[in-house]
Design a protein around this ligand. Structure first.
Ligand code: PEP
Ligand code: MN
Length: 335
């Protein structure tokens, strides 16, 4: 339920509404807007009688929120959420398409710095690379761990690029929160509710990847877990879902984008690299993603993909990445 106040409502009126909600044992979430304040009601069991609030001065309207994902829903928060990094240097969810690029994994300081320079030159705003890798095989490279995070901090220092990197579990999240600008939750962890709650307590934005077989309702509920802990800075990331096809690693669900934008106020980013799983499809999918109307792209780039310790076959060469950026600019999209 959403209680919308009149423009003329005073702070005291808002407080009365909050007190009433809390006296019923529920939670109040004030949502200040440009023109008026609204107050979300959370943890109320089922349908609630609007008459409980209509007698309070300053209340204009009481709107039932029908979705189970209340904080994620646009019903509760009509304006797009914009997430700022570095005091507005980068804004995710606004007019500009924000590009996050880099290798799948941090392999060495030299590799990370070299790729970071390339993606920066081409116009990326964030550097992506995993220090803790969730690999399908226990025998594959698992990432450099804390050393990888230290390298990422160096990359930020030397290039000014912001850092997005994955937290694979609850303990790793403590470290990632310390080093990263954005905490990534991977597809395999989209329903790791303990980790989602931990990310919800973090003071950094969270990039939440859609589970590879998750419906959008499940995706929204995962984001709701993060937001229900108090972190409203959530970025949704579509990265392809598992289907029967063999011509790509996953299938990029472009239909999800207009649906997400209609249902939720959160920014939406697409990862064409994990959707494709092969280099030749990444740029066309990136163009299609930009055209469908997203807030950002997450792209894997490697300077020596044949020798990459993970996801080499889907990593763009730096020149291809620069070309991709040119093509997107050519679509009249600000990057
Ligand atoms: C990644 O971004 O490198 C990654 C592991 O992605 P996903 O969780 O989408 O597989
Ligand atoms: Mn990868």
């Amino acid at each position: 339920m959403l209680i919308v106040m009149r423009q003329s409502a005073s702070g005291d009126d808002v407080k009365k509404v909050i007190d009433r909600i809390e006296s019923l044992g529920w939670e109040a979430k004030p949502i200040p807007g440009e023109e008026r304040t609204a107050i979300g009601v959370l943890r109320n069991p089922g349908a609630t009688d609007p008459a409980l609030f209509l007698d309070i001065p300053g209340v204009r309207e009481v709107i039932p929120v029908s979705k189970p994902y209340k904080l994620v829903s646009r019903e509760m928060h009509p304006e797009d959420t914009v997430i700022e990094l570095g005091n507005g240097k980068v804004a995710i969810g606004g007019e500009k398409l924000v590009v996050m690029a880099g290798p799948c994994a941090v392999e060495s300081e030299k590799q990370a710095l070299a790729i970071a320079e390339e993606v920066k030159k081409a116009g990326a705003s964030l550097f992506r690379a995993g220090a803790f890798k969730p690999r399908s095989s226990p025998y594959s490279f698992q990432g450099l761990g804390k050393k990888g995070l230290e390298i990422l901090a160096k990359v930020r220092e030397e290039t000014g690029l912001f850092i997005v990197t994955e937290a694979t579990d609850h303990e790793v999240c403590d470290l990632v929160e310390e080093y990263a600008d954005i905490i990534q939750i991977g597809t395999r962890n989209m329903q790791n509710y303990r980790l989602l709650r931990r990310a919800g307590q973090a003071k950094k934005p969270v990039l939440l990847k859609r589970g590879m077989s998750a419906t959008l309702d499940e995706f929204f509920m995962a984001a709701e877990y993060i937001m229900s802990e108090g972190n409203s800075q959530v970025i949704l990331c579509e990265r392809g879902i598992r289907t029967f096809v063999r011509h790509s690693r996953n299938t990029l669900d472009l239909n999800a984008v207009p649906y997400i934008r209609r249902e939720s106020h959160l920014p939406i980013v697409i990862d064409p690299s994990h959707a494709a799983g092969r280099r030749d499809q990444v740029v066309p999918l990136a163009r299609a993603s930009a055209a469908v109307g997203i807030h950002g792209l997450l792209v894997e780039v490697h300077n020596n993909p044949d020798k990459a310790l993970s996801d080499g076959p889907q990593s763009l060469y730096p020149e291809q990445f620069a070309q991709m950026m040119q093509e997107i600019r050519g679509m009249n999209i600000a990057v």
